[in-house]
Design a protein around this ligand. Structure first.
Ligand SMILES: N[C@@H](CCC(=O)N[C@@H](CS)C(=O)NCC(=O)O)C(=O)O
Length: 204
């Protein structure tokens, strides 16, 4: 059985758990904080969460894990059959991850862990996040799902990234970042109703 390592507070852990549920795969959750200890580094070379264990082998990075799960169980596919549309799903995921989630993450210490970030970091985060939001909004189809008419992996990245991003923007900049992006906001409400997301939230 697949073992899922990490903590339930992590958006990437939650995303991977929701994906396992969406795909109907059995898994066991193992509580493992993100540390630089040897056992954790063996599972995840940067010491981050989540990671998985399959037959004594480890894998980190949510996107790599998603590819593995897709190949393992092509049922309930997280990608459209059309090759170009499948690439568009991945394009949207890349922009969500790199240009919005990772940007907001620069302020995570102050937003959620009582730390402090410099004024320069705050300024660059605010500016870069606005640019990233425009890029993501440009690619978001939202008809009705993130990348088109079927639920895909891009919906999972949308849901678990924008929960974190909007929380960060609220705390750091006193901004409702999704207010200017009603189609993303509407999609977030729709995704929150899915049984997988409901289960992840209930078990958090
Ligand atoms: N690119 C990684 C990101 C994972 C990530 O950033 N995990 C966070 C928790 S949400 C973490 O482990 N942070 C602790 C650290 O950076 O040391 C993925 O997609 O899995």
């Amino acid at each position: 059985m697949i073992k899922l390592y990490g903590l339930k507070m992590s958006n990437y852990y939650s995303l991977t758990k929701a994906l396992l549920i969406e795909k109907g795969l059995e898994f066991e959750e193992v509580k493992a904080p993100p540390t630089q200890k040897e056992d954790n580094l063996a599972r995840s070379p940067m010491g981050k969460m989540p990671s998985i264990e399959v037959d004594g082998q480890y894998m980190s990075e949510s996107l790599a894990i998603a590819l593995y799960l897709e190949k393992l169980n092509p049922e309930n596919s997280m990608f459209p059959a059309d090759p170009f549309q499948a690439g568009k799903v991945m394009e949207l995921i890349c922009h969500i991850k790199l240009d919005t989630e990772l940007v907001a993450r620069r302020c995570i210490a102050e937003a959620f862990f009582g730390g402090k970030v410099s004024d320069e970091t705050k300024e660059s985060t605010d500016k870069d996040l606005q640019r990233g939001m425009q890029a993501v909004d440009q690619l978001m189809v939202c008809a009705p799902y993130a990348a088109g008419d079927t639920f895909t992996l891009a919906d999972l990245y949308t849901f678990y990234s924008f929960g974190f991003i909007s929380g960060t923007a609220q705390k750091m900049f006193d901004k409702d970042i999704l207010a200017d992006y009603p189609k993303i906001q509407e999609l977030m409400s729709k995704l929150a109703e899915r049984p997988a997301m409901q289960r992840v939230a209930a078990e958090q």
